[in-house]
Design a protein around this ligand. Structure first.
Ligand SMILES: Nc1ncnc2c1ncn2[C@@H]1O[C@H](COP(=O)(O)OP(=O)(O)OP(=O)(O)O)[C@@H](O)[C@H]1O
Length: 273
């Protein structure tokens, strides 16, 4: 299943207009408008509880807004069967509920049917196996294709899940804190893999949620900053990831630097001199 063969539109991959999410009388998101075009790689940044996962759930057609419009791959949420839509999205859930000891290759192949366990009625075709080899290679996990899930490190699991999400050739990849809990090497391998993936697939778009600027791949093109469910700023990455706007977003004085494409954030000195 490839989106290029699907009837879905050629317009923006994601568009939200004035979206509110209200739960128990409380605004989790308020007035969020966002458009994601092919080839754009968005970072969704904000402090704990800012609403990042709530927004990602809308973008991944997992939940509906209370007010406003959400178009995913050109289809309006509320007017389509969201299960159909989800089949075309690569949504990487770090809490993947796998219980059986599948190999990396088997986990990657479950991405074809977007299932957790393999479809025992149907063995993968040679083309599907070749596709699995290709995505494992991109994610740098080809050498561990026969390793079983319980033996994998958190970083290896993360890259396996991204490879799995890529099996149906999605046009949009949604990543919820993919570098959380990774050691330095594993994080750098993951970010390298994402940069390579974006380079190999220039039409792919992605939205990556994080609290940490150090976890942003160099290939990030845009950012949206959330604070208490509201958008502080959204747009091109160098206009949005600035000392002023990040300090506003995290409600704390933070100094941002960008070196060789990557970002670092430090609390700004409170004392002068
Ligand atoms: N179903 C719900 N009902 C009520 N409140 C909710 C619900 N889901 C999330 N919240 C609240 O909404 C706020 C935003 O949550 P969300 O998980 O989107 O934040 P986040 O930016 O992803 O946070 P974190 O960085 O801690 O993961 C939080 O205060 C959370 O407790």
């Amino acid at each position: 299943m490839s989106l290029s063969a699907s009837p879905l539109s050629d317009g923006p991959l994601l568009r939200t207009r004035e979206v509110d999410v209200v739960r128990d009388g409380r605004y989790l998101l308020r007035g969020i408008s966002l458009t994601v075009e092919p080839g754009e790689h968005w970072a969704l940044l904000g402090a704990n509880g800012a609403g990042k996962s709530t927004l990602l759930a809308l973008l991944g057609a997992v939940s509906h807004p209370t007010r406003g419009e959400v178009d995913v791959l050109g289809r309006r949420l509320g007017r389509v069967d969201i299960r159909d839509l989800r089949a075309y999205l690569g949504h990487v859930n770090p809490r993947h509920p796998l219980r059986s000891p599948l190999t990396v290759r088997e986990v990657v192949l479950t991405g074809l049917g977007n299932s957790i366990e393999p479809d025992l009625q149907k063995s993968p075709t040679a083309a599907e196996r070749a596709r699995a080899d290709q995505v494992m290679d991109t994610l740098g996990i080809a050498a561990m294709a026969e390793a079983t899930w319980p033996t994998l490190s958190q970083g290896e699991r993360g890259r396996t899940l991204i490879a799995r999400a890529l099996m149906p050739s999605p046009r949009l990849l949604l990543l919820d804190e993919p570098a959380t809990g990774l050691d330095l090497t594993a994080r750098e391998q993951l970010l390298d893999s994402l940069d390579l993936l974006r380079h190999q697939h220039p039409e792919l778009a992605s939205v990556l949620v994080t609290h940490h600027l150090e976890e942003l791949p160099e290939s990030t093109t845009h950012a949206l900053l959330l604070r208490d469910g509201e958008c502080v700023a959204a747009g091109k990455v160098d206009e949005v990831i600035t000392t002023e706007l990040i300090s506003d977003c995290f409600a704390h004085p933070i100094r941002i630097t960008r070196h060789e494409g990557r970002w670092t954030a430090r609390a700004a000195a409170r004392r002068a001199g």
